[in-house]
Design a protein around this ligand. Structure first.
Ligand code: LRH
Ligand code: MN
Ligand code: MN
Length: 388
């Protein structure tokens, strides 16, 4: 087994991006339960994300969603983030919340609406130029609800055309990260329903186009770690949107529903070289905290990803290879399970102490009074939230 100090040294470079929208109000289509103290501005979301980073040491950037986080001056926002101790990360586009997009955005049969959607995606690249962000995350709600509603193949052509236009606009160090989703909001066809569709488009576009795996976007029972292994081998794994799910796109805290699944994913990441910074795999959360307190839920999620990573790094790969090559099924499985069953909490507490952090970030947050302070201070004004 790798030594604890080897594992700790690899954990020091871990970075997990938190999403601006997770700090704001969210809910289901039945009800949004507003929480006191949630950010009213993008700056306040940045303050909360900076607090998560200060306590965990591994969440140094915040993902933006445009237009939810639209401001006049992104350069100034980047400076604000820097002063708060973090940076602006992935820019997430949003072509799903406008009346015009009822029948789709970039795949809409109406060329005027397609042009409007494309203009938004290009605006997002302008934002990236100002924020210094590397990644543009594209997720399309586009699809159909009924057989015959639109021409499935023509929609692929329209999608390819829009993606190519955005790709051409990317700067030298910028990337396009194409996310897929099985269903919702469309219920019959989605235009990017699965990793294969995303992969095929990215392959055609070129090396700056890579796939985003949102862990909540598959059919139940899908083997996500296989997808991870495949995409890493092909050099096309661009990013993760981590969250957990019991049923569909539940957006619950990462590692809450299936910590073993998260471990299996992180093992394939480590195995496939995706943990090396030069492969460029971005580790992000994409979650909503509808009923639980947001900042501690985000801290919990970051810690859950860190814990799964520590276990994945603990796998004795030499021993595993020996068992695999010998065809020893049970021994190979045992090597993996040994790492998974290891209680890594003492190792992580030690790592944090070595980094000058509190060994228990959640307890430190509760003690800090930050939660009470934002409730007292953030009164009046519009609360930012999903769709605000
Ligand atoms: C779509 C999605 C996508 C969006 C986010 C708010 O379900 O996962 O990443 O940008 O939710
Ligand atoms: Mn997502
Ligand atoms: Mn989602």
């Amino acid at each position: 087994m790798p030594t604890p100090s080897a594992v700790k040294s690899r954990l020091r470079s871990q970075q997990i991006e938190t999403p601006s929208w997770a700090y704001g109000n969210s809910g289901t289509r039945f009800k949004v339960f507003a929480q006191p103290g949630v950010p009213r501005t993008v700056e306040e979301k940045i303050d909360d994300a900076a607090r998560v980073h200060a306590l965990t040491g591994i969440a140094p950037s915040i993902a933006l969603h445009i237009p939810w986080d639209r401001v006049d001056d992104y350069g100034r926002l980047a400076k604000y983030a820097e002063a708060a101790g973090i940076r602006l990360g992935t820019v997430n586009s949003n072509v799903f919340q406008d009346d015009d997009y009822k029948l789709g955005s970039v795949t809409n049969p109406d060329p005027r609406i397609r042009r409007k959607a494309l203009a938004h995606l290009l605006e997002c690249v302008d934002v990236m130029d100002e924020t210094g962000s590397r990644d543009l995350k594209l997720w399309f709600s586009d699809g159909t609800n009924y057989p015959g509603q639109d021409d499935i193949r023509a929609r692929q052509d329209r999608l390819a055309e829009a993606l190519a236009a955005v790709y051409d606009r990317l700067g030298e160090h910028q990337r396009m990260v194409l996310e897929y989703k099985l269903f919702e909001p469309a219920f019959y066809t989605m235009d990017v329903p699965d990793w294969g569709t995303s992969y095929a488009h990215c392959l055609q576009l070129g090396e700056k186009a890579v796939v985003c795996v949102d862990t909540g976007h598959h059919a139940p029972g899908t083997n996500i770690e296989f997808i991870v292994a495949f995409l890493l081998r092909a050099g096309k794994l661009g990013a993760f949107d981590f969250n957990s799910r019991f049923y569909a796109d539940d957006d619950l805290m990462a590692g809450a529903a299936d910590p073993f699944g998260l471990f299996r994913i992180m093992y394939e990441v480590v195995r496939g070289g995706g943990y090396e910074p030069e492969t460029g795999v971005a580790f992000m959360l994409d979650q909503c905290h509808n009923i639980e307190a947001k900042i501690p839920a985000i801290i919990r999620s970051v810690l859950n990803v860190q814990e799964a990573t520590a276990k994945a790094l603990l796998v004795d790969r030499d021993e595993l290879a020996r068992a695999q090559n010998a065809g020893d099924v049970l021994a190979a499985n045992e090597v993996l399970m040994d790492a998974y069953r290891t209680d890594v909490r003492p190792l992580l507490a030690e790592l944090r102490e070595e980094q000058g952090l509190d060994p228990d970030p959640l307890a430190a947050y509760r003690r800090s009074g930050y939660g009470e302070r934002i409730v007292a201070e953030r009164v009046g004004g519009e609360q930012a939230g999903w769709g605000a």
